[in-house]
Design a protein around this ligand. Structure first.
Ligand code: DGL
Length: 271
């Protein structure tokens, strides 16, 4: 057993989809979360910049002596995949666990991936899918307006801009008859209702943040790293921009009664 916290990070509020699942599956774990809200979005930036930001995020979490770092960001997970990183702590990303869940879910061997521009450009999800099953047809689509919609709270299925962009981006997924859709950016599950409404109920949505949490449970159980604690774990949330704005989103996505300590941190940001 290991009572140290689990570290989780994302460019903003997307990684809260992973935190929510950790709290459901492992309620006794302490969590330290970093949302780099001053520099969101990452998905429109160059590979070099994304790697630089990710290294700073990882270094911040390492200062909190976390036992594992979950990269709850599809963009960083995709871009860091082939980069050597010398971390003290085990670092896991969303791509592998999400792909395994999608390959198990598809019945017609047609999987769609929606994610940020950087993730789609990296081809990360497609490469892993083809390694598992070369017969699966993969259709990728970047959805650059989804992250700003989520960060600004436009997520409801009644919200005209959310519906407009979902219809625009998902048309190709419908015409390609995918039966499984990977939400390859951790922000996108916040738009699940709109996406489901457009795709139809028969299409299975796979949340990358939730799959990463399930993977963390499996590996920590296997390595005997779960916390030995009877009470509810603590939730420490850090952001790099306004705490007030971040708190509003946290309430919206994790619920009003969430018991979390929210602080602003300084990563010595160099944009
Ligand atoms: N939540 C992120 C991802 O999973 C990042 C989106 C962004 O910052 O562009 O890709």
């Amino acid at each position: 057993m290991n009572n140290a916290a689990i570290g989780v990070f994302d460019s903003g509020v997307g990684g809260l989809t992973c935190v929510e699942e950790i709290m459901k599956l492992m309620p006794h774990e302490n969590i330290v979360y970093l949302g780099d809200t001053a520099r969101v979005p990452y998905g429109t930036r160059s590979k070099e910049t994304i790697i630089r930001y990710a290294k700073q995020d990882i270094a911040f979490l390492e200062q909190h002596n976390v036992k594992m770092i979950l990269v709850a960001c599809g963009t960083v997970s995709s871009v860091l995949a082939n980069v050597e990183h010398n971390n003290k702590t085990e670092v896991s990303g969303v791509v592998q666990p999400t792909v395994h869940a999608a390959c198990a879910a598809t019945r017609n061997n047609r999987i769609g991936i929606i994610a940020t521009g950087a993730t789609i450009k990296s081809g990360s999800y497609g490469k892993v899918i083809r390694g598992i099953s070369p017969d699966i047809k993969v259709i990728g689509k970047a959805c650059p307006m989804f992250v700003p919609l989520v960060e600004n709270g436009y997520t409801s299925p009644d919200c005209p801009p959310a519906v407009f962009f979902a219809e625009e981006y998902l048309e190709c997924m419908k015409s390609e008859r995918v039966d499984t859709l990977i939400l390859g950016c951790t922000h996108y599950p916040h738009l699940s209702e709109v996406i489901s409404q457009v795709m139809g109920e028969g299409v299975k949505l796979i949340s990358s943040g939730a799959e990463l949490a399930k993977y963390a449970l499996k590996t920590m159980t296997y390595n005997d790293q779960l916390a030995e604690r009877k009470e509810q774990g603590s939730l420490e949330l850090y952001c790099t921009d306004s705490e007030e704005l971040f708190a509003e989103n946290v309430e919206k996505f994790l619920g009003k009664n969430i018991n979390a300590k929210i602080s602003k941190c300084n990563l010595n940001l160099v944009i």
